[in-house]
Design a protein around this ligand. Structure first.
Ligand SMILES: [Zn+2]
Length: 84
């Protein structure tokens, strides 16, 4: 999977956490280490959308689904991003 730069702050490289994979990552999360934004990977496709284009309900569903698998430090950053 090619990781693009963060669409908001242009940081690169980004951190990738895999939750489910077969030959390649199917679901996971991409974290920007610079601005702490997170981006979901759904069905093998990274969704690198800036804040104004994101679907809050989809984000919440994603966080709930993978809450157990998201590393705690990442989850804190996710929640920080959700509430800002
Ligand atoms: Zn960023």
């Amino acid at each position: 999977m090619d990781l693009l730069a963060c669409p908001v702050c242009k940081a690169h490289p980004l951190e990738l956490y895999s939750f489910r994979e077969s030959r390649e990552i199917e679901e996971g999360v991409i974290i920007c280490p610079k601005c702490s934004r997170w981006y979901p990977v759904l069905v093998g496709v990274p969704h690198m959308l800036p804040d104004e284009m994101r679907d809050k309900n989809q984000d919440l569903t994603f966080l709930e689904k993978w809450r157990e698998k998201i590393p705690l430090n990442v989850l804190k950053r996710c929640e920080w991003a959700m509430h800002s």
